[in-house]
Design a protein around this ligand. Structure first.
Ligand code: MG
Length: 386
C-alpha cells in the first residue's frame, strides 16, 4: 500500500489524483491533503469522502471553518503543510499546489527522502538548482515531461540531440498580434483541449506555460537550453519528442487525459492498468496531426531562454511577474498583451545581486521584490484600468 500526501487537492490535478487513488483502493491510500483554502466546501467534502488522516490548510480562517466540520486532524499555514509532507507514514508526495508557494513543501519532501510526483512546475522553475540535487526522487506529472521522462529512461543524456516539447497552442495561437490586444478574459479561459485551473489556462493562452515548461525540462533532464525546443501541436496527441544524435526520433503518444501521466507517477516504477482514455490505432484514422512553429509575438518563449541564460534568480523573477500579471488580467486590470509587458519590464528592472548559491530565503526575497515591482509597474503605467 503506497500512502500519498496530496498538495493541492482542490485543483484539477488534485481531483484527478484522487480519482486514480480511489480506483486503486488496494494499492494506494490518500494519507493527507493540503490546500490553499479557497474552496472550503470542496475540502470538507473530500475529507468526509476519502478520509485522509490529516488536512493542512494554508489560510487560517478557512482552516478554522474546516476543523469544525471534519474528523481529520486540521493543520494550519505553511508549517502545517510542511508537517504533513514529512510525516513518516508518507511514501509519495504529489506536489500540485499552484505557484511559488509549492516550492518549500516540495523541497522539504525531497529533503526527507520522499518520492515526489511533481505537477507544480513553478517550484522547479524557481528552485531548479535546489531541486536538482534530488532529481532521482522526482517523477514529473506535467504531460510533456512525463512523456520525455518515459522516452529517455535508461538512456545516455549525451545521446540526446534535441528535446521537442509540444504545446496545444491554447485558444489564441493563430491570432495576429493586433488581434490579441482586445481578447477577453472569458475567451482566454476557454482552452481547446485541456480543462484546467485559471492560472495554467491563461498561461496556455500566452504560451507562458510552455516557457515555464522549457525551464522545467532544462532542470529536470539536465539538457542545455539550446537543445530544448517547443512547437505547436493543436491535437495534443504527441506529448513530446526526443531526437537522438543518430537521428532516431522517439515520440510519446497518448490521448490528452491527465489521469494517464498521474497514474504513471503514482505507480512508478511499476505500471498499473486503467480505463482512462484507452488508445486504439483506429483513433488515428482521419486524425490530422499538425505541427507548427510558435509565432514570435508570443514573447514568453523568448523570456524562457533569456532567463535560463541569465540563470540565478531570473527564472524566479519571470515566474513572480507572470503570477502577478495573470492575476491582474483575470481581475480585468490589464489587457492580454500587457502580461508580456509587465513580465519584460520587471525582468529588466532587476538591479540586485544574481546569486550563484541560491537558498530558499534568497528566492523568497526576490519573489517578494518581483511581485511588488510588477504591481507597481502595472499601476504606474497607462495600461492599468482602475
Ligand atoms: Mg504541460
Amino acid at each position: 500500500m503506497r500512502k500519498i500526501c496530496l498538495l493541492g487537492s482542490t485543483g484539477s490535478v488534485g481531483f484527478q489524483t484522487i480519482e486514480v487513488i480511489s480506483q486503486n483502493p488496494d494499492l494506494l491510500k490518500l494519507h493527507s491533503i493540503a490546500t490553499y483554502g479557497r474552496n472550503p466546501n470542496t475540502i470538507i467534502n473530500q475529507v468526509n469522502k476519502y478520509n485522509p488522516k490529516y488536512v493542512a490548510v494554508y489560510d487560517e480562517q478557512t482552516a478554522k471553518k474546516i476543523a469544525e466540520s471534519v474528523k481529520a486532524k486540521v493543520l494550519v499555514g505553511i508549517e502545517g503543510i510542511m508537517q504533513i509532507v514529512e510525516d513518516d507514514e508518507v511514501d509519495l508526495v504529489v506536489s500540485a499546489i499552484v505557484g511559488f508557494i509549492g516550492l518549500k513543501p516540495t523541497l522539504r519532501a525531497l529533503e526527507k527522502g520522499k518520492q515526489v510526483a511533481l505537477a507544480n512546475k513553478e517550484s522547479i522553475v524557481v528552485g531548479g538548482k535546489l531541486i536538482q540535487r534530488y532529481i532521482d526522487k522526482i517523477i514529473p506529472v506535467d504531460s510533456e515531461h512525463s512523456a520525455i521522462f518515459q522516452l529517455i529512461q535508461n538512456r545516455n543524456i549525451q545521446d540526446i540531440k534535441e528535446i521537442i516539447l509540444t504545446a496545444s497552442g491554447g485558444p489564441f495561437w493563430r491570432k495576429k498580434q493586433s488581434q490579441l490586444r482586445n481578447v477577453k478574459i472569458e475567451d482566454a479561459l476557454k482552452h481547446p483541449v485541456w480543462k484546467m485551473g485559471h492560472k495554467i489556462t491563461i498561461d496556455s493562452a500566452t504560451l507562458m506555460n510552455k516557457a515555464l515548461e522549457i525551464i522545467e525540462a532544462h532542470f529536470l533532464f539536465s539538457v542545455p537550453p539550446e537543445k530544448i525546443k517547443a512547437i505547436i501541436h493543436p491535437q495534443s496527441y504527441v506529448h513530446s519528442l526526443v531526437v537522438l544524435k543518430d537521428n532516431n526520433v522517439l515520440a510519446h503518444i497518448a490521448k490528452p487525459d491527465m489521469r494517464i501521466p498521474i497514474s504513471y507517477a503514482l505507480f512508478y516504477p511499476e505500471r498499473q492498468e486503467n480505463n482512462f482514455s484507452p488508445f486504439s490505432f483506429t483513433d488515428l484514422y482521419n486524425k490530422k496531426l499538425e505541427f507548427y512553429e510558435i509565432p514570435k509575438h508570443f514573447r514568453s518563449i523568448k523570456f524562457a531562454y533569456s532567463v535560463l541564460s541569465l540563470g540565478g534568480v531570473f527564472p524566479t523573477i519571470l515566474n513572480a511577474a507572470n503570477e502577478v500579471a495573470v492575476d491582474l488580467f483575470i481581475q480585468g486590470k490589464i489587457g492580454f498583451l500587457n502580461i508580456f509587458d509587465i513580465v519584460e519590464d520587471t525582468l529588466s528592472c532587476y538591479g540586485g545581486n544574481n546569486y550563484k548559491d541560491l537558498t530558499v530565503e534568497i528566492l523568497e526575497e526576490v519573489n517578494d521584490w518581483a511581485r511588488k515591482t510588477a504591481i507597481d509597474l502595472a499601476k504606474k503605467s497607462k495600461i492599468y484600468i482602475n
